[in-house]
Design a protein around this ligand. Sequence first.
Ligand SMILES: Nc1ncnc2c1ncn2[C@@H]1O[C@H](COP(=O)(O)OP(=O)(O)OP(=O)(O)O)[C@@H](O)[C@H]1O
Ligand SMILES: [Mg+2]
Length: 389
Amino acid sequence: MSEKALEQEEKPPSSWPKEKPHWLVAVLANIKDDNIARPANVPPDAYADYDHIETIHLIRTALESDGHETIFIPADRNLPYALQEQKPDICFNIAEGLGGDAREAHVPALLELLNIPYTGSRVLTNAISLDKTLTKRIWRDRNLPVAPFQEFATGDEPLRHDLRFPLFVKPAREGTGMGVDTKAIVNDEAELRERIKYVIEMYRQPALVEAFLSGREFTVGIMGRADAKRFSRHPEWYNKDGFHRFPILELDSSRSVTPNIYSHSAKAKDVGTAGAPNYICPAEIDPELAKKFHHYAWRAHLVLGALDISRTDIRFDSDGNPRLLEINTLPGLTPGYSDLCLEAATEGISYEDLLLEILYQAAGRWGMIEARELPPEPPKKRTGPLVSK
Ligand SMILES: Nc1ncnc2c1ncn2[C@@H]1O[C@H](COP(=O)(O)OP(=O)(O)OP(=O)(O)O)[C@@H](O)[C@H]1O
Ligand SMILES: [Mg+2]
């Protein structure tokens, strides 16, 4: 064996990253606190999308398992001062925001202003994805299948002729099933007007009215971007296009506290197995259909400019056509409970690895970590005969 070959053989396998990062990671979130008195004028399910402090502990432990230091900073009005005092290297953002028409964009906007790196989607994407009407307009424009819909800002607008009962009414800008229960399904003009009025007055925002989609429901997680492998602890997870598609989760709500609807109360942690939907992962569907759902969720993510991670909800209409409901660019991350964590667990991705992947993807984007060297792609196979000129 030549000296050079021997030298190469003795080299340890190249490890990445060469210098192990040690970051101060600030977890930013809004916390559910049942001990704090709720203002009188908020909806009964207000703050449902906030996180339990136990989830923050679990997120911190997962991030610390890779040698980082973590702190938790509540995403409240003191956040700008706390950030300037604590000076984190990067923020792990799961904050839902405090109010207004684009609350999920508050924290990204502040972090952009302070020039602090953070995980996940940026300002514009988080603002749009909170707004289900706007999201659907964009998707429709890019030929993604959505149910017919109409937004009601005052409640007095005439119902469009192409919308047929039964219809479904929900707040245009909420999450975690807020404002959604069995009364969201309306069967005639009187029920429609009553529910629109309820949503506008109670949630102080427009009501989104859609065709009622009576079929099965699925949710599909997407992670990555074109160069994801280069900043990944697990490059083998990603397809050639740089994206990881999680196994599809079916929510079978046929028996639940709100039959056929994955509502706020069906999502509540204390609902118990009898009240919760049946979670089926991977969904028992034809591989061709799974491929289609993955394609839709991937396109839904790309079209909105989502980053690192997202989860798109899909439901069948009464004719068996899949329709995209909405995208969650800040998907819940409670282990053993949140849809995305269930999907990851199904394919053996640990909670630690899932969270660290989100962190590393963001760190790569913000230039905090060198890119991994990848072996060159094998040459493309020729598909046809060479044409000689
Ligand atoms: N047009 C519809 N037809 C039938 N059911 C619907 C429709 N829109 C919403 N739903 C039901 O209501 C649930 C909540 O709606 P949606 O996913 O739009 O809002 P969300 O509260 O933002 O959800 P998430 O908890 O995923 O953030 C859906 O999971 C589904 O069960
Ligand atoms: Mg949803």
